[in-house]
Design a protein around this ligand. Structure first.
Ligand SMILES: [Zn+2]
Length: 316
């Protein structure tokens, strides 16, 4: 068995690759925007990244781990649907195993992150861990009783598509309505803020005045830091929705900890993660878990992909 593995984190916008060890030490990494013109161009991009991070020499590589956002058919090794890209029905595992001659393990990106949390992160020595990623979308991964939960196709836990608004006021990228990620993910917050403006009866604020042109969630957090009352209203409402999602997870899985990753949450810990930790005890039927930012940072899915080869591979 080789000393190293190659991990890939395929997100909604970026694909990251790294060569690393079973302890999660990264030796070399690369990142590119996802190429999704066709399945072939996407496969070529992944092959190229794998070869670049190991300088063209796969002899010391045990296998390749992939954490991919979107709907998978893990048993057939297919990335079926990636909501923020044009990737559809790509037989990634078979193509890479054929061209690179190494075992390939395919997981959801947040499932990979949950595995990383258990092996090298905040969940070391803990058997019941939930990982939640709040970034462009919202995803999750669960370790229960020490086991990674996968589901029949590898799509447990698409938590971002749990319904949190029975009226279904906002449409989700998946085509559904009222789903969690359609409200408080990075891509959704500007849209959600425009919905909230209709019921806001506070003072006029700079953010409200230019709300029609707000394109990124970053602008809402910046407005909040400059004291904008409407931005605070939006972020309070978002925290309430996030806390409901987290209480559902606490009641379903009774974890010791819920770790939170994803760019939106990690760049705004005080506004996104702290309020959830504060609200959870009043919402959770079960003894509430501790909610904390992942110590693995935005590398959590990538590190999970790296360690998955050693933890889940056929040779282990
Ligand atoms: Zn959805």
């Amino acid at each position: 068995m080789g000393l190293y593995s190659v991990g890939l984190d395929i997100g909604g916008s970026w694909v990251r690759a790294a060569i690393g060890t079973r302890e999660g030490a990264i030796l070399k990494r690369e990142a590119e925007r996802v190429s999704s013109e066709s399945g072939e161009s996407f496969i070529k991009q992944i092959e190229g990244l794998v070869l670049r991070v190991c300088d063209g020499d796969l002899s010391k590589v045990s296998g390749i781990g992939i954490g991919a956002a979107g709907r998978l058919d893990m048993r057939k090794g297919i990335v079926g649907f990636s909501p923020h890209t044009g990737i559809r029905d790509v037989p990634l595992v078979e193509a890479l195993e054929e061209s690179l001659g190494k075992e390939v393990i395919l997981l959801n990106d947040c499932v990979a992150a949950a595995l990383a949390e258990k092996i090298i992160g905040a969940g070391k020595g803990t058997d019941d861990i939930v990982y939640v990623g709040i970034g462009t979308g919202i995803g999750g991964g669960i370790v229960s009783g020490g086991e990674l939960l996968l589901g029949k196709d590898g799509n447990a836990h698409e938590i971002g598509h749990m319904t949190i608004d029975l009226e279904g006021r906002l449409a989700c990228n998946c085509g559904g309505r009222g789903h969690w990620e359609a409200y408080t993910s990075g891509s959704a917050l500007p849209i959600y803020s425009r919905l909230l403006a209709g019921g806001y009866d506070g003072v006029e604020t700079p953010l409200l005045g230019r709300l029609g042109s707000v394109a990124s969630s970053k602008e809402i957090f910046e407005a909040h830091r400059s004291g904008d009352a409407f931005a605070k209203y939006v972020l309070d409402k978002a925290a309430g929705i996030n806390a409901i999602g987290f209480s559902n997870l606490a009641n379903l899985y009774d974890p010791s900890i819920i770790t939170v990753g994803g760019g939106l949450a990690l760049k705004n810990v005080e506004e996104v993660i702290r309020p959830i930790d504060q609200l959870l005890p009043s919402l959770s039927f079960n003894r509430p878990p501790k909610v904390l930012p992942t110590p693995l940072g935005e590398d959590a899915p990538l590190l999970g992909a790296v360690v998955s080869v050693f933890e889940l591979g056929a040779l282990t």
